[in-house]
Design a protein around this ligand. Structure first.
Ligand SMILES: [Zn+2]
Ligand SMILES: [Zn+2]
Length: 449
């Protein structure tokens, strides 16, 4: 996950609804006994979960390289009584626990770290290095996925110990490669929904720089779709002094770069969110050589299927038209990576808000479907789009005293992906476990189809 988070927008916005209002009409089950029991289980298990988080933080692994992390996760899920399958979609882990009649429920944690140098100064700072796109790079858990692996183990332990409080089947997944937006797709392509019990609905949680103690729920769209393409314009190379003997791909690429923005400015509804960024241009070597190709890399962000289709179609159309205008062959358009808008099921959002408000009090932040989603992306959307309606929680990870100190100094709060991102494992891990386990115990269900 990246960029501006809706959790922050939600916290700062006056549009934020009070949980009681948001959950109006929903009857909250009394979870106090379940919460007391869960708290006792967490009191016992938490020290080991925090030690595990610190170990993962010291040993971060990049997407599709999470061999050690997946091994630790698999071992702990087996210990909690789950039947575990490894190497699903690369380094993914799937763990199943059957507990009588009831729905099949997915809970997902992502496992990957980022190719960047840690500057937090934490005693358990990472010094790890790895190979990324052929280069030796430092590696850091700068998005908090280490806390996610720890919460997934906490969820497994709690659900296993509280089998008399729920019934159905739990499918836990340790997902690789969320950051490049590839791991969810890889697990689905490797038969996640056919080789294992097919989930009826699901949960996930992400640690953020909101104050520790907060649990954020956004109904409806909660992240942006992201689509990245490589567009290669083909020409005919030659001497810079003899353009008539060539087809120059550089002015074709230049025309495309300016024309394609009219998809945003002239074709898209001005009120709808949509961003089109040209992030890279690769062409040519010397002033007097006309190259035979030019590559442009495009990233699209949208928050509705309509705008997503418009941007994708408009990009391809503009590229083909620019090539045609330059009398060049059709460009080669290659999809690099991407994912759709993460839609939180509205019934799950409101039922979880009703159930969890007595547990988290003012810490429970609810943002309605009309609220602005974050501009970043999250490939948990792949599971939702594959037919698993879900709820994705935002979990606050920053000590309120640290936030107040930064505010007083006029300094920004480190976001996810900052080299200074240092969420507090306590209470983030406990709160993620609590939000997910109590939602399952409370019988939170998606909108009927
Ligand atoms: Zn991230
Ligand atoms: Zn993330």
């Amino acid at each position: 996950m990246a960029a501006k988070l809706w959790f922050l927008a939600a916290a700062a916005s006056l549009a934020l609804s009070s949980p009681a209002l948001a959950a109006e009409g929903a009857t909250a089950p009394d979870l106090s006994a379940a919460n007391a029991r869960l708290t006792a289980i967490l009191d016992k298990n938490y020290p080991a979960l925090e030690a595990l988080y610190k170990d993962l933080h010291l040993h971060p692994e990049l997407g599709m390289q999470e061999v050690r992390t997946a091994g630790i996760l698999a071992q702990n899920l087996r210990k909690a009584g789950f039947t575990v399958t490894e190497k699903v979609g690369g380094t993914g882990v799937v763990a199943v626990l059957k507990n009588g009649v009831g729905p099949t429920i997915l809970v997902r944690a992502d496992m990957d770290a980022l190719p960047m140098e840690e500057k937090t100064g934490l005693p358990w700072s990472s010094k790890a290095r790895a190979t990324y796109e052929g280069k030796d790079v430092p590696v850091m858990h700068a998005c908090g996925h280490d806390t996610h692996v720890a919460y997934l183990i906490g969820v497994a332990q709690a659900l296993s110990a509280m089998r008399d409080s729920w019934s159905g089947t739990i499918v836990l997944i340790g997902q690789p490669a969320e950051e490049p937006l590839k791991g969810a797709r890889a697990m689905l392509d490797d038969g996640l929904l056919t080789r294992f019990p097919k989930p009826d609905f699901g949960f996930a949680a992400h640690v953020t720089n909101l104050p520790a103690g907060t649990v954020a729920i956004k109904a409806g769209a909660s992240s942006s779709a992201s689509d990245s393409y490589s567009v290669t314009f083909h020409g005919r190379g030659g001497h810079g002094s003899m353009p008539a003997a060539t087809i120059d791909p550089i002015p074709i690429a230049a025309r495309f770069i300016t024309d394609v923005q009219t998809v945003i400015s002239r074709e898209k509804d001005p009120a709808a969110f949509g961003v089109l960024t040209i992030g890279a241009i690769n062409a040519g070597s010397a002033p007097n050589i006309i190259p035979d190709s030019a590559e442009v890399k495009v990233n699209l962000r949208s928050q509705s299927p309509q705008v997503r289709d418009l941007l994708r179609g408009g990009t391809a159309r503009s590229a083909k038209a620019a090539a045609m205008m330059g009398n060049a062959p059709e460009p080669t358009i290659t999809y690099l990576s991407g994912t759709g808008v993460l839609m939180n099921d509205e019934a799950m959002a409101s039922a979880a808000t009703a159930a969890l408000t007595p547990v988290f009090g003012k810490g429970l932040l609810y943002a309605p479907a009309s609220g602005q989603p974050m501009s970043g992306s999250e490939d948990f959307s792949e599971f939702v789009d594959a037919g698993v309606p879900s709820l994705f929680f935002g979990i606050g990870g920053y000590d309120p005293a640290v936030l107040a100190d930064l505010k007083a100094k006029g300094e920004p709060v480190p976001t996810n992906h900052s080299p200074f991102f240092a969420p507090k494992a306590e209470p983030a891990i406990r709160n993620a476990v609590t939000a997910i386990v109590l939602s399952i115990v409370a019988g939170v269900r998606p909108t009927p189809k």
